[in-house]
Every structure is written in C-alpha cells, then in structure tokens.
Design a protein around this ligand. Structure first.
Ligand code: NAP
Length: 306
C-alpha cells in the first residue's frame, strides 16, 4: 500500500494508539509514526517495544510537522491535550480522535483548533478489556466499523484522505451526527458496560456470603460480564460522565424492561419470557450475519493477537 500521510502523531499510547501504530506501519501508510504519552513510564515501555518510529518527550515535538494527529487519550482529557498541541500543529494538519463519546469531545476540542487545521472526530468500534502500550495489536481494526462525525464545514479532501487511511488499516468507515452516535453507542456499548459492572458488583457482594463459589462455578454468562467489567476504569468513568444524557435515557428504558421481565417471572408467564428471549436471540443472529462476531460458543473470550 502507498503512503497516505508523511507523519502521523499519536497522542496517548494505550491500546488504541498502539494498535493504530502497528497497523499503520504494517500497511506502510505513513512515512513516520511519532508517539507521546504523559508518563515517562509509558514512553519508556513504548520505546522498549518499538511501538512507534519515534517516541517524543513532549506532545509539541510529537505533532511538529505531522499531517495527521490522532488524540488517543480518555474522553475527559481531550480538551486539555488539544489546548497543549494546538499552537504546535503544522499548517493544514488533520486532527482526529478515537474517543468513545463524540459531542463532548467536539465541544472540548474545537475551541483549541488553530485556523487552517481540520478536525474530524472519530470512534473505532473495536477494543478489548486490556489497556496500556503493550495491549495493542495490528489486526484490532480489521473488519470493524470506524464511525466519523464530521462537522458541517469539514474539508472534503481531508475527510477522503482519513477515510483512505482507515480503510488501509482494515476498518469500514461510516458517517454519523455526533448526538446520534452518542445515543447509538449508549445502547450498544455504554449501558451494557454499566450493566456488566453492576452484575459483577452484585456477585462480589454475594461472594462475601458464599465464599469462592461465584468464581469457581462461574458460568459463561457471568464470565462474559467479568471480561467487560475488567475494562479500564478511567476510560469508562469518562464515558459515563461525558455521555450522561443518552446513558441515563437508555438505563431508564432498561429498568422498565427489567421490571416487565421481573413481573413475568413472578406471575409465571412462560409465554412472555419465551417470546422475549426469541426476539433477543434473533438480534444475536443478526450480529453474526453482519460479520460483527462469530457463532463460536466462546465468543469474546478468545480475542487473539495475530
Ligand atoms: P489506554 O490503553 O488506557 O491508554 C490511554 C492513554 O491515555 C495512555 O497513554 C495514558 O497515558 C493517556 N492518558 C490517560 N489519562 C490522561 C490524561 N488525563 N491526560 C493525558 N493523557 C492521558 O486507553 P485506550 O483503550 O487506548 O483508549 C483511548 C481512547 O480510545 C479513549 O478515549 C477511549 O474512549 C477510546 N476507545 C477505547 C476503546 C477500548 O475498547 N479500549 C475502544 C474504542 C475507543 P499514561 O500511560 O502516560 O498514563
């Protein structure tokens, strides 16, 4: 594949940035990938494992001369990071981000964008429960959606170039309104994570009553919850604080549905339970048919780094 950007700068060096760097370099899409993380420990690890072509000790140095800058920090840190790098961006540079929430990131980043630079917010729908510079792998984005929420005055050429780059690392891109993105993700990702955190919390309380049985005999359903509930606490704290309205809306609906099922169980209404579970089973089949998961019975637990 041919070079699309001369220099790509990754700010924040965790799972997503690490995976991007490995994928960009493997596909030959950038002449140089630079990286910066706030802690010396992360920068040292990144240097040790050769995560980028060059690890810089300041964000300003990392973005100098970059034609694509990718903000890969928690959602709540995007505004401060952008304020720091804004004065050092190359003329005409494109800035994108990978934050799991879009409207609040736009509100935080946009005021710090210098004249002539292009901000194209984005969100890869790919990840694992692991974090940090060692967690990345080049195939993370392969056949995964990468949603972009361009602003009304987005430069068409800058958008096209970013699209080609993301396609080059295997992602499928789509465009959405930021508020719509935040609602869709509240349903498909944010509320499910909160439910998983809650369920594991319930088991944790129960474990204090029943000793080690919760862990020893944990069935597949609970193990999947624990995997999700092992996700990075900082990232997820920020997601809920910054997608408050949509998440609360979906959790309200969730609570209503829960009461419906609770009542069906109490009343012994087997038909209602059967019909409900048949509908949800069809949704799972739809996800598999769309190529977003496999039908393997241990889905989610066998994430392989290939
Ligand atoms: P990660 O592995 O935890 O790495 C986060 C990076 O951000 C680290 O380099 C960390 O620096 C830096 N950072 C943390 N707090 C910061 C702060 N206050 N100021 C400046 N830098 C800070 O995270 P990740 O999973 O790659 O997630 C990065 C972004 O991608 C988040 O916005 C998240 O919402 C989004 N995202 C994540 C997933 C997923 O499944 N993980 C999926 C899609 C999108 P130090 O190492 O120096 O502390």
């Amino acid at each position: 594949m041919s070079v699309i950007y001369d220099r790509v700068a990754l700010i924040g060096l965790g799972l997503i940035a690490g995976s991007m760097s490995l994928a960009l370099r493997e596909a030959g899409l950038a002449s140089e990938v630079t990286g910066y993380a706030r802690s010396a420990e992360t920068r040292d690890t990144a240097r040790e494992i050769g995560l980028c072509d060059r690890i810089c000790d300041t964000a300003a140095e990392a973005v100098a001369g970059a034609d694509l800058v990718v903000l890969c920090v928690p959602v709540g840190a995007m505004g401060d990071v952008m304020a720091e790098i804004g004065p050092h961006l190359a003329p005409g540079a494109t800035v994108t981000d990978v934050g799991s929430v879009k409207q609040s990131v736009i509100d935080a980043v946009q005021p710090h964008m210098p004249q002539g630079a292009h901000f194209i917010p984005g969100h890869p729908l790919a990840g694992t429960e692991h974090s940090g510079p060692r967690a990345g792998f080049a195939t993370l984005f392969r056949n995964r959606w990468w949603l972009l929420t361009p602003l009304p005055d987005t430069d068409a050429d800058a958008l096209d170039r970013l699209n080609r780059c993301l396609a080059g690392i295997g992602a499928k891109t789509d465009v959405m309104e930021p508020a719509h993105h935040d609602l869709v993700l509240a349903v498909t990702s944010h509320a499910p994570h909160l439910i998983a955190y809650t369920m594991v919390g319930v088991a944790d309380h129960l474990q204090r009553v029943s000793g080690e049985e919760v862990i020893q005999y944990s069935a597949a359903g609970f193990r999947d919850f624990t995997r999700i509930a092992a996700s990075d606490p900082t990232m997820w704290r920020d997601v809920f604080l910054h997608n408050k309205e949509a998440t609360l809306d979906i959790l309200g609906r969730f609570t209503e549905e829960l009461f419906v099922l609770q009542r069906a169980i109490r009343m012994g209404d087997g038909q209602q339970l059967f019909d409900y579970f048949s509908r949800t089973r069809a949704i799972r089949r739809g996800i598999i048919d769309a190529g977003q998961d496999t039908a393997a019975p241990d889905f989610g637990r066998g994430v392989t780094k290939t």
